[in-house]
Design a protein around this ligand. Sequence first.
Ligand code: PLP
Length: 356
Amino acid sequence: MNIPLVDLKSQYLSIQGEIDEAIYSVIRDSAFIGGPYLDRFEKDFAAYSGATYAVGVSNGTDALRLALLACGVKGGDEVITVPNTFIATAEAITSIGATVRFVDVQSDTFNLSPDLLESAITDRTRAIVPVHLYGTPADMDPILEIAMKRNLKIVGDAAQAHGAFYKGRKIGTLGDAVCFSFYPGKNLGAYGDAGAVVTNDVAIAERVALLRDHGRKMKYEHAVAAFNCRMDGLQAAILSVKLRHIEKWTERRIHIAALYTKLLAGVSAMRTPRILGNVRSVYHLYVIATARRNQLQRHLKEEGIATGVHYPIPLHRQPAYASLGLQDGTFPCAEDQAQCVLSLPMYPELTDNDVQ
Ligand SMILES: *Cc1c(COP(=O)(O)O)cnc(C)c1O
């Protein structure tokens, strides 16, 4: 048996004609940076996300960084997020000189715990970055309510959650700005780095568009000293092709997840994902939890089945954030999660037989 954790090649082969044509069109038109292919993808992705505006950028990390800046976060401010995410979430905060403040997660959904949120807010807090981990929306109603009451911005990290829903609302509408990554392995993946900020707020959209392109208003007039965080035309064209297929792929992920959950239902030493009611997880990852994680991972590897751990070290225990001085035991749920989670193979081309 040889089952990988993800398989990008078989997805390419299934849409090869469309992708190759899109790539050659960009080259023939020399539309390499920005341009018509980006404009079109932004329009289509905004519609897909349920937001009015989408601004394509260089990657998901930059999407978070520019969205925070566009929301007015600056050096010295505090921004709240969770410790059980990819490091990019925290890097986006600390790279603009803000301070990251972690809040622990719920032990069953692995998403930000609304009950612990208020105690982390200080008079320097400016924003909250809820992460929709593994493609499953965080419990946003109480988080939105607290943000409203305390006058805080919400910048969603939906890097793993393209197409997710929370209580009938699309994930791209749950916050002042919501950020996506199109890293190749994400549910909607480019053939290189790419990302986007979506928002209903025209001022935020315009600010992100300004910041991604050297603060440029006109060709050689720069309103602010900013960054180069643009998206390539090639990536935009490829993403437009894939956007036409994403719902079919997402339905397949949901089917695979349901099959795993059904087949694992009798295994008492293992927890399958808990998803809140009235929520659509898009299962970027299918993650089980077991006290014998390392043994199980070894066993599956011997059987030719690849797995992953997302993530083995919580951010407050990373050497990169040692200066925060947060010891083991500070965030028990995130720490326990790091010990017991295991990601099983998950990609739309996985067959029912493979899942079995
Ligand atoms: C992938 C990811 C990012 C960063 O996206 P890049 O495009 O790799 O910069 C941020 N947050 C989460 C939760 C991610 O999974």
